[in-house]
Structures are given as structure tokens and as C-alpha cells.
Design a protein around this ligand. Structure first.
Ligand code: CA
Length: 221
């Protein structure tokens, strides 16, 4: 899942990006509202972590403009203000949830997961398909009771496929949702990652989980 971090305190922005990428998310970072709006319009983010007080355009305005343009991206607002009125304004401008600074990283993660569940096929925290089980809370994957050791990128791919189970996910879509802007990516790289995931699942007895739909992409069923 791909996240845009918008936070003008650069040290905090970097810490958030680093922390989130350790949980298998692909993260882009920007420090002002105007750039955030452009990036959110150009890239296929699953969630925007949006600070309220930002240079050039504040978080509320970014939020309003995204929603006015029809964006359904998950928006989690960060605010240093603890006033009730500001929180209500944030939610009314289209944010899905908010978090008051300072916050614990564990709570941020939990709220990120909750916002991401909102649009999924399932509201369940754990993603499952047959004997395969992926838990975004613990970043662990199991086939029956066997834990599957995946890299962060493999985890990200499998999570995206599971969140979109029962429909075909194209190479382009995987590139947009699992890699960030810095990545210099080719379709071939996706194939290599998918093959590695398949080998690991097959070793635990789940060989057919990810099917290739020729010319279109992949489907988990
Ligand atoms: Ca700020």
C-alpha cells in the first residue's frame, strides 16, 4: 500500500517515512501543501498522512481540494491542535480520521490500518485466502501454521493482491501502489518478486495462490 507523508517538520516526515516503510508500505514524502496536492493528483496513493499546518497551502485546503476533485484516497490528518472545533473542521473537510501530536507510532500505525480497511473488500484486520493468512498488524504471513519469511516488498505486493482479491491487478497498478516515486521500476522486476513469493508459498504447500492472467496481471483466489 502506498502512502504520501505531508509534513513540514522534515525530521518528523523522515522518521514517519522510515517507520512506515519498515511495515511494508511504500512512502513518498513532501513538505508543503501545494506539492502534496499535485503529487496526490498524479500518483495512486492509498492513504495521505496530512499535517494540518503546512506552508503554501494548509492541510484542510489540500483535503477539501482532493475531495472536490473526486479523490477517494484515505486521509489521516495530523494536528498539533487539540481543540474540538479544529478536529470537526478536519473531518468535515473530508478527512477519514485525525491524530493529535504528539502521538505514539503504534497508534499512528493502528489508525493507518483502520483507514486502509475502510475501502477494502473485508473489514477484518487480517487478510485471508484459503490457507494463506496475512496480518498487517504484525507484518506476518502464514500458510496454515507455517510462517512465510517475506521481504518488505514481497509483503507489500501480497498485501495489495489480498486487499483486491477476486479481481485482476495489473502490473501498472502494482507499480503505482507498492513502489514509491524514487523507484526505477520495470515490469520484469514485478515478475521476479511474484515468482519469489510463489516459491515461498509453494514451499509451505500453497503453490497456486497467485494466478497469472495473461496480458492483464495477477489475481489471488
Ligand atoms: Ca506543520
Amino acid at each position: 500500500m502506498r502512502i504520501l507523508v505531508v509534513e513540514d517538520e522534515q525530521a518528523l516526515a523522515q522518521a514517519l517515512a522510515h517507520g512506515l516503510s519498515r511495515y511494508g508500505y511504500s512512502v513518498d514524502t513532501t513538505y508543503d501543501g501545494e506539492t502534496a496536492l499535485v503529487m496526490a493528483e498524479v500518483n495512486a496513493y492509498d492513504l495521505v498522512l496530512l499535517d494540518l499546518n503546512l506552508p503554501k497551502m494548509d492541510g484542510l485546503e489540500v483535503c477539501r481540494r482532493l475531495r472536490a476533485a473526486g479523490s477517494r484516497v484515505g486521509i489521516l490528518m495530523l494536528t498539533a491542535r487539540s481543540g474540538l472545533e479544529e478536529r470537526i473542521t478536519g473531518l468535515d473537510s473530508g478527512a477519514d480520521d485525525y491524530l493529535v501530536k504528539p502521538f505514539q507510532f503504534a497508534e499512528l500505525l493502528a489508525r493507518v490500518r483502520a483507514v486502509l480497511r475502510r475501502d477494502g473488500e473485508t473489514r477484518s484486520a487480517v487478510l485471508q485466502s484459503g490457507s494463506l493468512m496475512l496480518d498487517p498488524n504484525t507484518i506476518k504471513v502464514f500458510v496454515d501454521s507455517t510462517e512465510i519469511p517475506l521481504t518488505a516488498k514481497e509483503f507489500g505486493i501480497l498485501e495489495y493482491l489480498l486487499r483486491n482479491a477476486s479481481r485482476v491487478v495489473s502490473h501498472e497498478e502494482l507499480l503505482e501502489h507498492v513502489w514509491n516515486e524514487d523507484a526505477n521500476m520495470f515490469t520484469q522486476t514485478i515478475k521476479v518478486h511474484i515468482n519469489n513469493i510463489r516459491k515461498k508459498l509453494a514451499a509451505a504447500g500453497d503453490a497456486e495462490r497467485i494466478a497469472t492472467v495473461k496480458g492483464r496481471g495477477y489475481i489471488v483466489s
